[in-house]
Design a protein around this ligand. Structure first.
Ligand code: 0RA
Length: 674
């Protein structure tokens, strides 16, 4: 279910997460191994992990090379295909990777690029390599992790080909024909020995990244085609037609970030007609677009060299400084602050703001937990100056819009004052330990957050079952009453006034933030390192899970970023014959289990469909969903923040028609996806 709804979240199993952490840890503590063997021995060190995320990173790595060629001005089209066997083809119309002999290496340049780590940039003297995946490891890494790879180069009137397996070429580069065009085509198949969790590509995941790249690099045409399944066309009445086609999308943006902001803002009601836009190359390349809507949420996305800097950094800092300073000065000069009884806080300038900040930095320093925080100090003033200059001009030229923006800021400040009281109440409660815990919380006895788990359970009855089934030592239960507040639609003070939400804060032990940044969390007192959302496996349950996730996303994003948030996956069916029982999570499993127990027929086989957690006995819930040895937990991490943002705004916001459409489109996932 959740996969369908939140396809932009990458959901990693608990086991996978542990393997990735362990691998990265041991990788850091050993000396660097030479050559591509090293990549195969410690793949996580090079591509982050060997699960679904790492699998998709292979594609991004190859695409990034083509984007670099496009940014250098030699290419304007990149076509990506998911082939029938889950191999991937990436084709560009650039100059083609050089195929001539490499003097020192005594083999072709192409072979060097594809088999030597970090050899990507060796041949380009003037290259200002700005793109590059999160790990920026080069196409040789992809080669090492593929059981088959083929490079086809069109260059100098010829077609050159070389094939490899696990990074080893079969033979030297060959000329196989004549070419009129130029370009590079790479086809690779991920090695199942490495990618043991899955080698199946997700169209929507790749589409989200290509869409993002198109907005970030205006003028480049990116296409995605899925050759695995044919789509049946339907006429206007929904009747199936004879014609079929491959699923296909073209991503192209003429106006870049301006369109990106409009896309991100989706159905929101805008405050100003079109986004404020700036693009400059003065100190470093900077592109920014911003828009105000009538909501209360702040959405700022920042990128460095096409990489989403989830943790922000100096470019974001510069943008916020420039924005605050310029708007404040303007409001002051316009005499709009004269009657105000309190100071404006930085937060107030960002309510209802949607913005994308994209910079290119020659030698970026990435810091932070996930290495997605820009550290280069010189970027602060470059971005703040650019922002201030463009915004000043806009405000002067658009007095009507300027007034609306400032009025919104003042409104935000007024509401913040109201919210402060509510927040202080939460704070006071949270600071008290033990005695201050919510009455409904069935706490665990351990006080070691590392081993403690908090289950957020839908409804008192399921809560009761979970209490009986839990391990009292490490598992705490907090039942939530019905639907929690939709924070997407509520003003901040309402959020802090909600009892259910206050209970979550108190149980977790986190403190709520400062007046400067109401979402800043202090996680040092966090009482559980696993926060597990456990809801019914039906449409209502997934709605409630989505509401809770929305709250975490908007108010406790650090909890998600640190990997503390999980979804429980209760089974959907119990298939029974006599004393034999099999729990099933998918429709397919149910069919298989029925056949297995019935030895080919369904005679005497009894299938129970679990409509809710409450229908399970404590023992059943424990053994299928809560027992760390047997359960399947899914960790929530943010794969594509911009896409997740849009999904939440759309699902939870005011604009109902697209939400209904989305839920209808994805409803069939509701019961089958485990
Ligand atoms: C180095 C030099 C030249 C092209 C490339 C790299 C290149 C690499 C990739 C990877 C994917 N697509 C690509 N297209 C080009 C060209 C040097 C020259 O022609 O003078």
């Amino acid at each position: 279910m959740i996969n369908g709804k939140l396809s932009n979240f990458y959901i990693m199993s608990e086991q996978e997460a542990n393997v990735a952490v362990a691998e990265q840890y041991s990788a850091n503590s050993i000396q660097v191994l030479e050559g591509l063997e090293a990549v195969r021995k410690r793949p996580s060190m090079y591509i982050g992990d060997i699960g679904e995320r790492g699998l998709h990173h292979l594609v991004y790595e190859v695409v990034d090379n083509s984007i670099d060629e496009a940014l250098a001005g030699y290419c304007d089209t990149v076509d990506v295909y998911i082939n029938e066997d889950n191999s991937i083809t990436v084709r560009d119309n650039g100059r083609g990777i050089p195929t001539g002999m490499h003097e020192k290496e005594n083999r072709s340049a192409l072979e060097v690029v594809l088999t030597v780590l970090h050899a990507g940039g060796k041949f380009s003297k003037d290259s200002y390599k700005v793109s590059g995946g999160l790990h920026g490891v080069g196409v040789s890494c992809v080669n090492a992790l593929s059981d088959y790879l083929k490079a086809e180069i069109h260059r100098e009137g010829k077609v050159f080909v070389q094939e490899y397996s696990q990074g080893k070429p079969f033979k030297p580069v060959e000329v196989v024909g004549e070419a009129e065009d130029t370009g590079t085509t790479v086809t690779f198949h991920p090695d199942p020995e490495i990618f043991q969790v899955t080698t199946v590509y997700k169209y929507d995941t790749l589409a989200a990244r290509l869409r993002e790249l198109a907005y970030l690099n205006k003028g480049i045409r990116l296409t995605l085609t899925d050759r695995r399944n044919l789509v049946h066309d339907v006429d206007e009445n929904g009747n199936e037609l004879e014609t079929t086609h491959f699923r296909n999308d073209v991503f192209y943006s003429k106006d870049g970030l301006k369109e990106f902001v409009e896309y991100l803002d989706g159905g929101a009601e805008r405050l100003i007609e079109s986004p404020i836009y700036l693009e400059t190359d003065k100190i470093i390349p900077i592109e920014i677009a911003l828009q105000y809507n009538t909501s209360y949420t702040e959405k700022i996305y920042s990128y460095v060299n096409n990489i989403n800097t989830i943790e922000g950094g100096t470019h974001l800092q510069g943008f916020k400084m420039g924005l605050t300073r310029t708007l404040k000065n303007y409001a002051d000069r316009a005499g709009m602050l004269a009657k105000l009884k309190f100071d404006l806080a930085a937060d107030d300038f960002r309510e209802g703001l949607t913005a994308v900040v994209s910079v290119k930095v020659a030698e970026p320093q990435f810091e932070g937990q996930t290495k997605t925080k820009l550290g280069n100090g010189e970027v602060v003033s470059a971005v703040s100056q650019a922002t201030a200059a463009a915004l000043e001009l806009y405000l002067e030229e658009n007095p009507k819009e300027a007034k609306m923006i400032v009025e919104k800021v003042i409104l935000a400040a007024t509401a913040r004052h109201a919210a402060r009281k509510a927040r202080e109440m939460v704070q006071r409660k949270t600071v008290m330990s033990g005695a201050g815990m919510p009455g409904k919380l069935a706490d665990c006895s351990s006080r070691d957050p590392e081993v403690c788990e908090l289950f957020l359970v839908e409804g008192d009855s399921a809560g009761g079952t979970a209490k009986q089934g839990r391990d009292r030592m490490t598992q705490a239960i907090l039942p939530l009453r019905g639907k929690i507040l939709n924070v997407e639609k509520a003003m901040e003070h309402r959020v802090f006034e909600s009892e259910e939400i206050r209970n979550i804060y108190t149980a977790l032990g986190v403190t709520v933030g400062t007046e400067e940044d109401s979402k800043a969390l202090n996680l040092s007192k966090l009482r559980y390192h696993k926060v597990i959302i456990m809801t019914d496996a039906d449409v209502d349950g997934s709605h409630i899970a989505t509401l809770i996730l929305t709250f975490f996303f908007r108010y406790m994003i650090d909890l998600i970023k640190n990997g503390y948030v999980y979804l429980a996956t209760p089974p959907l069916y119990l298939v029974k014959k006599g004393k034999e029982e099999i729990y099933c999570w998918t429709e397919q499993q149910r069919k298989d289990a029925t056949l297995q127990l019935g030895k080919g027929s369904d005679k005497g086989v009894f299938v129970q469909r679990y409509k809710g957690l409450g229908e399970m006995s404590a023992e059943q819930l424990q053994s299928t969903t809560m027992d760390p040895e047997k359960r399947l937990l899914r960790q929530i991490t943010i794969e594509n923040a911009a896409e997740a943002e849009r999904t939440f705004s759309m699902l939870m916001g005011d604009d109902v028609p697209p939400r209904r459409e989305f839920i209808e489109q994805n409803a069939h996932y509701a019961n089958i996806d485990a």
